[in-house]
Design a protein around this ligand. Structure first.
Ligand code: 5GP
Length: 119
C-alpha cells in the first residue's frame, strides 16, 4: 500500500492543525474546509478504503466517531448538530487513500448533498 500525505501528517514531517492525538487516532483540520468547523479523524494505522476494513479494525473505526463527537462538543457544536462522512473510492469522491472521517459543523448542512438526479 503506498503511503499518503496523511502518513506525513502522522509523523509530523508536514504540519497540520491537530485537534486531538493519542496512540492510535489523529484528528486535524481539513486544509480546504467546507464548513466553519471541518476536520478529519483518522486511524494512525493506514487502511486504504472502507472496503479494506477487517474485523480487527472494527474497534478503531468505531473510535473515529467517538472522537469526532468529543471534538465537536469541545467546540460547542454538538447540540446544533453536525455531519460525518467517509468517502470511498472514485464514485464516493475519495482522494486520499487512508480512511478518514470528515466532520462538518458550524452551519446548517444541506441534504441531499448533491443535486444530481438519480440515474
Ligand atoms: P477525500 O476526498 O479523500 O474524502 O478527502 C480528503 C480530504 O483531505 C480533503 O477534504 C482535503 O482537503 C484534505 N487534505 C488533503 N491534503 C491535505 C493536507 O495536506 N492537509 C490537510 N489538513 N488536509 C488535506
Amino acid at each position: 500500500m503506498s503511503e499518503t500525505i496523511f502518513n506525513k501528517i502522522i509523523d509530523k514531517s508536514i504540519p497540520a492543525d491537530i485537534l486531538y492525538e493519542d496512540d492510535d487516532v489523529l484528528a486535524f483540520r481539513d486544509i480546504n474546509p467546507q464548513a466553519p468547523l471541518h476536520f478529519l479523524v483518522i486511524p494512525k494505522k493506514q487502511i486504504a478504503t472502507i472496503n479494506d476494513i477487517t474485523p480487527d479494525d472494527y474497534t478503531i473505526v468505531g473510535k473515529l466517531s467517538g472522537i469526532a463527537a468529543l471534538i465537536v462538543a469541545e467546540h460547542g457544536e454538538a447540540d446544533k448538530g453536525f455531519r460525518t462522512v467517509m468517502n470511498c473510492n472514485e464514485y464516493g469522491g475519495q482522494t486520499v487513500y487512508h480512511i478518514h472521517l470528515h466532520v462538518l459543523a458550524g452551519k446548517p448542512l444541506g441534504w441531499p448533498p448533491y443535486q444530481e438526479r438519480l440515474k
